[in-house]
Design a protein around this ligand. Sequence first.
Ligand code: DC
Length: 237
Amino acid sequence: MSNKNICIAIDGYAGTGKSTIGKILADTIGFRFLSTGSLYRAIAYQCLLKSVDVNNIREVLSVLAETSLDLVYEHGTNTILINGERVLDFALRTREVESATSIVAKYPEVRERVLSLQKDLVSSENIVLEGRDIGTVVVPDAQYKFFFTASPEVRAWRRFRQQQNAGENTTFDEVLTDIMARDIEDIKREVSPLVPARDAIIVDTADVSLCDVIHMVYSELNINANSEDNSSIVLAQ
Ligand code: DC
């Protein structure tokens, strides 16, 4: 990296707790946090809004060409602006948007657009970025890299409980099928597939509490959370 900003990259499988842990960690150390999947979700959302068939790359690219994507960060929360209009986060989290996202995220032009937004952020501030290709493609020279994993059954069980609490009418088997399909999409993607960076610390979140994972990640960082001046942060490696 050409400046002194610190990037903590958290990659890994869907449902391993990357977002939850990344957000808590970022709040603790005073870094910005971004779940990069929301940028891919925003592009898929816009395609659906324009009634575009996401399997048709030409249609997706024409939407991309006429769409501006920006981020504003207020009160510790990112809001995505599509063509200057705010998009509510819950609108990006529907099942329909989720399945369209795994298709649009395969297109190199879509990834290029999202990549440049991510690079702008990394060059402007200290950040925790969560995604699939942060440590390998987006910020290969990130100071800290973690790769979260857990068995599909454990992840499906977590998602299933979340969905039950949200009043959604899904079965455990449906959630497990979704999770396994997303794993295949992520691993088999030709551009930026999900793979641990060679220098990433692998974190299996299956049989450990949220607190333990946060503690483990935090202890690797060697960061003084009480410091108001980030220049006193000591790098662990
Ligand atoms: O993490 P998430 O569920 O919000 O991700 C949504 C989709 O975006 C998922 O299909 C994986 C994809 N994604 C990606 O390809 N690269 C990233 N860095 C982040 C997400």
